[in-house]
Design a protein around this ligand. Structure first.
Ligand code: S3P
Length: 180
């Protein structure tokens, strides 16, 4: 058994596997799992696509900041954030101060099949979604790189293998202590 010393925050683009890897990681560590996007939807009483449609991205980002500021202060567990959250300098600062961040890094070939045709990602609901996703990779990767550790996410790497890699790195960074 391990004891988690700090909140773990997963960052990275949509489709990188933050929620599914995050859930598995939390199960392995026997801690809770929170999805910031779901918490935003709960607080707003509507889906993210609807928030974007009705109130716009700026409003969504303000809600995202509020929710993450609240969740990050909880007891150490696994927190998955929406792909744009880490782009905010303020949110990055809060994440750095209170948690250990993990970037799930994935390329276009991995991400695209996972997000295409779903309609639930407002930033991709336009004429050239694949191009948009590629632009986001170029723009955001240098920022995601600021996370404490990077774990590669690819369709041929199982979630379990990713969890295994994360655990090894957490031990190395002294974020996990053995209790039994
Ligand atoms: C966004 C990613 C989404 C969600 C919103 C905006 C982004 O979360 O927060 O659609 O800016 O990349 P996921 O990364 O969980 O899909």
């Amino acid at each position: 058994m391990y004891k988690l010393k700090k909140m773990l925050v997963l960052v990275g683009l949509m489709g990188a596997g933050k929620s599914s890897v995050g859930k598995r990681l939390s199960e392995y560590l026997n801690v809770g799992f929170i999805d910031a996007d779901q918490e935003i939807e709960k607080a707003a009483g509507m889906k993210i696509v609807e928030i974007f449609e009705k109130f716009g991205e700026k409003y969504f980002r303000a809600g995202e900041k509020k929710v993450i500021n609240r969740l990050i202060l909880g007891k150490p567990q696994v927190l998955s954030t929406g792909g744009g959250a880490f782009m905010s300098e303020e949110i990055r600062g809060v994440i750095k101060m209170h948690s250990f961040s993990i970037w799930l890094k994935a390329d276009l070939e991995t991400l695209w099949p996972r997000v295409s045709g779903k309609g639930n990602r407002p930033l991709l609901n336009n004429k050239y979604p694949k191009q948009e996703l590629e632009n986001l990779i170029i723009k955001r990767n240098p920022v995601y790189k600021k996370a404490n550790i990077t774990i590669e996410s690819k369709s041929n790497i199982s979630h379990l293998a990713m969890v295994d890699k994360i655990i090894k790195k957490l031990k190395k960074h002294n974020i996990l202590t053995r209790t039994t």
